[in-house]
Design a protein around this ligand. Sequence first.
Ligand SMILES: [Zn+2]
Ligand SMILES: [Zn+2]
Length: 453
Amino acid sequence: MKLLDLNRDGGIGANCHLYQIGPFNILVDAGMNPKQAGLASLPDFPAIRDIQLDFIILTHCHLDHLGGLPVVMREHPETQVLMSIPSLSLAERMLRNSCNVMKRQREETGLTELPLFTHREIDGMVPRFFPMTYNRTITFDKEGGGEIAITFFQAGHVAGAGGVEMVYQNRKIFLTGDVLFTPQKILPGAKFPSRQVDTLVIETTRGLNEPVEGRTRGTEVERLLAKIREVIKRGGSALVPVFALGRMQEILTILHEARQNGKLPECPVYCSGLGMDLVDYFDEIARKTGLVKFRRKIIEELDVQPFPRKLTPGRDLRQNAIYVLSSGMLVENTPSYRLASVLLGHAHNAILYVGYCDPDTPGGKMLESEAGDEFIFKALDFTTPIRADVERFELSGHADREEIVELVLAVNPRVVVLTHGDQPARDWFAKTIAEAAPAIKVIDPEPLKETEV
Ligand SMILES: [Zn+2]
Ligand SMILES: [Zn+2]
């Protein structure tokens, strides 16, 4: 097997790998790097221009895996895109939103290459989406080239996420994709087979996160709710930055349950655009497939309000409220970024992070700052001292590093390939696996360099 990592910037970036397995050319994910803008955010698609892709596999619908798909399909228009049933509807919705966001960015930034794709291009590619039912193997033939068997398995992480097994001539390759083994409020944890594989491709997002004794997802939810109660009681507002896909619906479900159990005082809850639209999709997926546990009616029961548009950096909002807004990493010019500029300078407020923050994003930088430090909102040309509480809660959508090492030891591959992680996180996995199982070869593919596995 040959592997080409097309994520030119390394780190998590724009996820996209070409697997050449026997005669099959398979592209796994075609993401967009949230830290870059315009063409620089795409994987190095020109590197595969002359390759006839047999199919594309989409592991899930976060934009760092999906956001570049219409661009690569421009040159591979007939290629089928394999995805789980929930991803079938979520992918189109996420891409349409991304297109609209890029149109706005074009006005704001003057980047003339935006949008990178159009709604018409999305229309053209949707018929190529190929549904994969979890745990059901589909075999694809190639004329004169044998066959490859593909199976998706539930990967937790977010609705529709899949780990993928590919079997060619008795060689087994398993990709974890982004994975979470612990169940979330609205989604069961990953259910992967434990049978032996030849090559295991793992995500390494949390390679630097040391486990904390006694801390579980449940205790973190309780700690988050206690913090929100404290903030509301003292007359402040709490901002919970979230990814629109998955995490927003989970946090709303947590708030709803807490309100019902008397653990959340009466106070307004505000949300922003895409995540609220996705509520309808989650409701439908829940009803049709039972693969998520989410009901649209919690939005009415929580009396969720649309996020106020008029905000002035530094000028606090009088209302004590909870804001559940994207982006989760406080990417510039998003609702969470703009609201943080309002709340951060006032001590009664709090900004409560519940997911992964890339160290280079405003969210990552804020988490590394200390109370009292000056914080610069570059895109707003605004600086404020940090007076609000800034805290992190471990409700990550990604598995603990120890759980992934456990998976490695359980399936006992000959080769492990590292993906989806900053360099120090990948290094932790390389070192830990080398110590625990020296016979396993660990490959950390260099971007844009073909690797023989
Ligand atoms: Zn993801
Ligand atoms: Zn990802």
